[in-house]
Write a protein that binds this ligand. Sequence first.
Ligand code: PMP
Ligand code: GLN
Length: 391
Amino acid sequence: MSHSGDPFIKPQLREFGETIFAEMSALAAATGAINLGQGFPDTDGPSEISELAISAIRNGHNQYPPGLGIQELRQAISAHQKRFYDLDFDFETEVLVTAGATEGIAASLLAICESGDEIITFEPYYDSYAASIALSGATRRVVTLRTPNYSFDPDELRNAVNVNTKAILVNSPHNPTGKVFDMEELSLISEICQEHDLIAICDEVYEHLVFEGSHTPLISFPGMRDRTIQISSAGKTFSFTGWKIGWVCAQPALINTVRTAKQFLTYVNGAPFQHAIASALELPDTYFSDFLVDMTKKRNCLTTGLKEAGFNVFSPAGTFFVTADIRPFGISDGRQFCLDLPDACGVVAVPNVVFYDNKEEGEHLVRFAFCKRLEVLESAVSRLTTLGDAK
Ligand code: PMP
Ligand code: GLN
């Protein structure tokens, strides 16, 4: 759904309508179908962490927190970076708390881009990238990740760079494909950034959801520390997507740059939740490993189920999404497939085509989220299995 007929909206925003996630969640609500569309868990994160948010409200943490975020949270973010990646960030100058990763990405782009600048990103891309690039006045240039393993052509990336290129926006682990960029790919991106003096904006919200291989932040590559804006959030890692606590780690000048835009977007956010997430980040390693074990079971359940139902499945190495090709059902229009799916079998998915500029690359692909209880996934799988019967 786009706003092409809206008389008030400015040209840069005309191509954007209601997000596909809102549209598909509304479809699930209207039809009563199982919602494997929008990526949010159907169980909340650790109850001791919710209790801390409640206590923070009771203890009067209800006014504007400091602009950078509360000190306890910035210290916890810095300690998390040290614990998991051996990265050192000064919590006083190199960490900024944001309203989710979404704001971190938007503020980064708004702060660094001028009209005429170009931002390179990989398609399929998370929907907010296109909108934030447009809001910033820049233009997006995409490099396509291609099935079956969603690799990209190094020359396509090299050729995408020109004198107007300002930054490369990288999302790994990658939504919607589940790809985890490997060391060779990250090295190439790092090389190109340094050769052309580009900034890397790294969206790492699925950093703790890696089933195969491992997540290496681009900022840890030689020469990248001072030119990378590393962004993450508590939503996925702690199953509190509605709290919208995110963060940015970067060298002081980049943090100042991002903060300049951020302070006029939300100024600050989520005071009581900041207190709770500071403690969540300090949970023992077992929290993170148990979370991964649980999500691995869910991934296996849905990927196996989708294969048995007849889809051609691209098994995800990370995130909580799995992409499937619908052509084995004799259909190639993923959008129509998703609109029909609730009636056909009572399940909602998301058409990947909305994440592509080159529509032909993704029109036959659909995304299912597996951040749901196992019994919900099993029930979705048994419904999807009936699809083949209708052929
Ligand atoms: N980036 C990616 C790749 C996402 O999938 C999401 C969805 N959570 C976000 C950013 C937004 O994160 P947040 O909810 O923390 O704003
Ligand atoms: N990141 C979530 C997804 O990809 C959606 C978040 C949103 O609706 N903005 O499903």
